[in-house]
Each structure stands twice: as C-alpha cells, then as structure tokens.
Design a protein around this ligand. Structure first.
Ligand code: GUN
Ligand code: ZN
Length: 474
C-alpha cells in the first residue's frame, strides 16, 4: 500500500454553489486537515491534531490551500507557439499565426516535444486534467496521449478534423481522417485515463461529408467525446451561415450531423440565441466559457445567466493560445470581469466549482476527478495563499493580520486569492497521488525553461553555438 498524507487547508465542493451567493453552500472547507491518499485515491481526511500513523508518509503544507487539480475544458497544445499574438480578430489570428504554427506538428519529434512541454506547463499551472486540441496530424494526437499517459494525467483529446478552409498542409480528407480516428480510438480511447474526442475544428473547416463522418464515429463508439468551437466571433458566424444556408443557426449545423450530446464540449458560445440554448440543454452539451480568449480576440461577452436560465452546462477554459494564460485563476478572474460587464457577479465559489467539480460533472467524470470525495483519483495541488508584496498584504488584511482591520470572511479571502493568484502560487502538484510538479523543478521529463531553449534561432549569431537563451536574459 502506498500511503501519503498531505497537511494543509482543504478546499473543495460537494454541490453547486448558488449564483451570486458568497455563503458557504456547497463549499467544503476543512482548514488544518490531513488529506489521506492510498494507492492514488482519496482515502479520507483527519483533523490536523490527529495525524495518521507511522505507516503514512506525511507531507507538510501547513498554511497552504490544498485543492483538487483544475480541469481546463478547452485548450490547444500546439498554440503555446502563438500565445499573445497581435491580431484584429479570430479569422485573421487563425490565418496569420495559428495555421502556420500548427504545420510544425506534422513532424512526430516536434509533436512529442510539444506535447511534453504543454502537459508539463499545465501541471506547473495547477491543471491536472484537460480537454485538448492537438493538430490535424494523427502523430500529434498520438504524442499527446503518450505524454499524458507518462504523467498519469486525465486527458480528453483527438486528432483535429479539417478538410477545407485551411492550408493544404493542414487538411485531411474524409476517408483518411476516418481511418486515423479509428486507429487512435482503438489505441487510446478508454486506455488508462485517456478518452477520445472527435475533434471538429469548427464548421468552417469541415465539409458536410466530414461532419457526417464525425457523427458516424460518435454513433459507432461508446463514450466518445466531441469537441469543437461554436459562435465565437461575428465574422465566423456569418461565414458559417454562408456555407450552411440550410441550417437554422451555427449550432444547428452540428446538431444536424449528430454531434450534440452529453459529452460534447463546445468552446465560446457567445453568439447563440435562446433556441440554441434550449438545444444545448436538451442534448446535454456544454459550453466552455473562455474569458481571456474572448477578451483578447475581441470576440464578445459570454452570457452565463442566459445559459443558467435555459439549463445548459457551462465550464471554464483557457483556450490558449487565443487565451492568454494557462492559469485557471487568471481565467476565473477574467471570467468575473466579463460577467461584471454583463451586470452580474461571479462568486469565487461558483468560479472555482466550475473549474473543478463542475467541470468534472459536465464531462461525466464526476466519479473520478474534481473533488476530495473518498475514492476519487488523487489529483491535488498545493497553493500558496499569496505571491508578492501586494497579494501578501491583501491576504494579511483578509486574515485579520493587519492592525485595526477586522478579519474578513472566507469568501473575501478566497476571492482575493482567485483574483490575484497565478502559476507563481503553485507549490506542488500530484497526479493520482504521484508528485509531478514541485516549484522550481519539474519531476518528469522536461524542464520548461530548458525545453523552450532547445531550438535556438539560427538567424541569431549569439545562438550559433546553441547557447541557452535564458543566460542572455538573466
Ligand atoms: N476556431 C477555430 N479554431 C480555433 C482556434 O484554434 N482558437 C479559437 N479561439 N477559435 C477557433
Ligand atoms: Zn479553441
């Protein structure tokens, strides 16, 4: 038996917190507790004053938050190459940066290095599970599944489908794509913690024949996911209407081809109408709200309240590289601001729930991830409450540690943490009870700084000898 006990302030959720309510409904707050992990699963908890016996390996994270690892429900592995690229909007951004960058992943070596870099970066940001787009190349999906398996991470992914509207080096064809999907499904779907997602990039880059093939795959194989983009940008919506004049709406294009169901994850969903929202609720599909991306690309303000009114599921995602950070805290903080612009306030509870238990349940993975229930897989992250002078002071105020200022309630403290924290606050991360990240050093495969430095720019004479780029900037 492998027995690990982590000591800290445990925060997770047992139910969905009510909208706009900072009270502790649904919140499970167990400060100064031991989290017991046996053979990679949560085995229970104990109060801090009752440490487990000598047969447990004890690890002290006193004064830190221990939370379930975050779940990013929409993110693009190859787009670390183009994150933070200047652009007037989605379609320009895709054509100018993203499609050229994704072509590199045709090379299995690039795909393997990119997958390792990406998953280690997720872990370094406190994200232990993700729904991921690689590229159109089967090798890129293969690399991602292999790299996730090496790290024991829960991954939902699949080769991107695109048979038009993209550079020739990034397009497939219906028959070849179907063969690649079948091979990848046989190799990876349900293997370890991997699940296959039929990955339609968006309606613009698939012919009706390819969408029909995607629908056939979903009907043929039990438990497959579907991931795509929908109604992100107004120019995109107009182009979809031009390409599919028979469809009632952008979402209806997917519905007509059998792509909507309880394991369908559609990113953005900004320019939907109420009939679309009813359809999402009826089919059980979810919208992945991507606030940093929607702000960065100027796409629009997602209407979460309308989603609630129609009863469809919502998760929160980074959408890197349209999104500007892999940090879920930064994503939640921007999500708060987007909702504020819509005239409503996202609580820390509702936001953090959406990034943990809420996402797990929306994906049908509520028995495995997103919380500290006994039997769940022990994907855990230890967070510092503050990093840097301003955040440290703000946290001291919330704790009542600043003279003449009264202590604030738990929501105020956690909300300030959520708003100010990022990957610098990650102290350590475990995947299925195995330590996979510790601040200052990667525990598996790739040091991020080194990986970024491995391919020097041949045009730069300083790099003629392959010198480490970090030394120049330090
Ligand atoms: N729509 C189609 N492809 C993409 C992509 O890579 N990123 C975003 N944000 N939207 C898309
Ligand atoms: Zn995306």
């Amino acid at each position: 038996m492998n027995k690990l006990a982590l000591h800290g302030d445990l925060l997770d959720f047992e139910a969905t917190p009510a909208w706009g309510d900072p009270a502790l409904h649904g919140v499970r707050w167990r400060p100064d507790h031991w989290l017991l992990i046996e053979d990679g699963r949560i085995a229970g908890t104990l109060p801090g004053r009752e440490p487990p016996g000598e047969d447990w390996r004890r690890e002290e994270h006193s004064g830190r938050l221990l939370m379930p690892g975050f779940i990013d429900t929409h993110v693009h592995c190859p787009q670390l190459d183009v994150i933070a690229s200047w652009s007037p909007g989605l379609l320009h951004w895709l054509d100018t940066y993203t499609f050229p960058a994704e072509q590199r992943f045709a090379d299995p070596e690039v795909a393997a290095a990119g997958a390792g870099l990406f998953l280690d970066a997720l872990l370094a940001h406190g994200t232990t599970s993700a729904v991921v787009f690689p590229t159109v190349h089967a090798a890129s999906a293969e690399a991602l599944f292999a790299a996730a398996s090496a790290r024991g991470m829960r991954l939902v992914a699949g080769k991107v489908l695109m048979d038009r509207g993209a550079p020739p080096a990034l397009t497939d064809d219906v028959a070849g794509a179907e063969r690649d999907c079948e091979t990848l499904i046989a190799r990876w779907h349900g293997q370890g913690r991997n699940a296959y997602a039929v990955t339609v990039r968006f309606a613009i880059t698939s012919t009706p024949e390819q969408l029909a093939m995607a629908g056939r795959l979903l009907a043929r194989h039990e438990g497959l996911y579907l991931q795509t983009h929908v109604a992100e940008n107004r120019d995109e919506v107009a182009e979809v209407a031009r390409l599919f004049p028979e469809a009632r709406s952008y979402l209806d294009v997917y519905h007509r081809h059998g792509l909507l169901g309880p394991r369908s994850v559609l990113a953005h969903g900004i320019w939907l109408d109420d009939e679309d929202r009813r359809l999402l609720a009826a089919t059980g599909a979810q919208i992945a709200f991507c606030p940093t991306s929607n702000l960065f690309l100027g796409s629009g303000l997602f209407d979460w309240q309308a989603a609630m009114a129609h009863g469809h599921k919502v998760s929160i995602a980074t959408d890197v590289g349209g999104g500007t950070s892999l940090s879920m805290q930064r994503t939640l903080a921007e999500g708060y601001k987007v909702q504020a612009l819509r005239g409503t306030q996202l609580t820390a509870w509702r936001a953090l729930h959406a990034a943990t238990r809420g996402a797990a349940e929306a994906l049908g993975l509520g028995a495995e991830i997103g919380h500290f229930d006994v039997g769940a897989t022990a994907d855990v992250v230890a967070w510092d409450w503050a990093h840097g002078a301003a955040a440290s002071h703000r946290d001291a105020v919330a704790r009542g540690a600043v003279a003449s200022l009264p202590a604030q309630d738990l929501h105020a403290r956690v909300f300030a943490w959520m708003t100010l924290a990022d990957e610098r606050n990650v102290a350590a991360a475990w995947v299925a009870g195995v330590p996979r990240f510790e601040r200052g050093r990667m525990l598996q495969n790739v040091d991020i700084g080194t990986a970024l430095a491995t391919r020097p720019d041949p045009r730069d004479p300083q790099h003629a000898d392959g010198a480490d780029v970090r030394s120049r900037h330090s």
